[in-house]
Design a protein around this ligand. Structure first.
Ligand code: FMN
Length: 173
């Protein structure tokens, strides 16, 4: 599949089937994340794989954004490890960006392997951190729900096909 066809085939899945994610596929998804770039190669990521009944019950108890996915990747970054740019009079830290490119790479690898995903940020990160007893330096950036779409209700939402025209998005200067 060409990359653009892969991009077109991805959509946000909010209802998963009972089919488990194969270990080899999950490992391939995580490996893709491991290879993703990070600012100054600081690699501040920490990815928690939630797939035990206990971990899934816990995350589902905090947020409905885990839906019924059989695997939830809790993508975190270490705020003490991530690159903090102090130059250009524009101080910023790159942890969320690092986490986003890692999550994106995993999302696309999952798609290529025939899995479905949902990227979610609609949760209380403080509550998740407290519940999973994360150390203070770890920040939850997003959840990536992974599984196989429910054949009946697991399709794309109407929003999936709504995109701005190129002219609205891109401007040549
Ligand atoms: C940063 C980010 C946060 C998101 N948070 C949520 C969320 O909390 N819950 C949810 O159901 N979808 C969430 N989504 C999915 C978007 O709603 C979805 O990508 C968008 O509507 C386009 O639909 P599509 O992914 O099917 O193409 C999020 C996506 C991104 C990129």
């Amino acid at each position: 599949m060409s990359f653009i066809d892969l991009v077109k085939s991805r959509y946000s899945c909010r209802k998963f089937s009972d089919r488990a994610v194969e270990t080899e596929k999950l490992n391939a998804v995580l490996e893709a994340g491991r290879l993703a770039p990070t600012a100054m190669n600081h690699q501040p990521l920490k990815i928690f794989v939630l797939k035990s009944a206990e971990a899934l019950a816990k995350i589902r108890g905090i947020t409905r954004m885990a839906y019924n996915a059989p695997v939830v990747l809790m993508v975190c970054y270490d705020k003490d490890l991530c690159y903090r740019a102090l130059n250009y009079n524009d101080e910023h830290e790159c942890g969320d960006m690092d986490a986003s490119i890692v999550a994106t790479t995993m999302m696309m690898q999952a798609t290529e392997l025939g899995l479905n995903t949902l990227w979610a940020r609609g949760f209380n990160a403080v509550e998740i951190a407290r519940s999973f007893e994360l150390p203070e330096n770890l920040k939850v950036s997003c959840l990536l729900d992974v599984g196989y779409a429910d054949p009946i209700e697991g399709g794309p939402s109407p929003r999936h096909t709504v995109r701005k025209e190129m002219g609205e998005l891109v401007e040549e200067l």
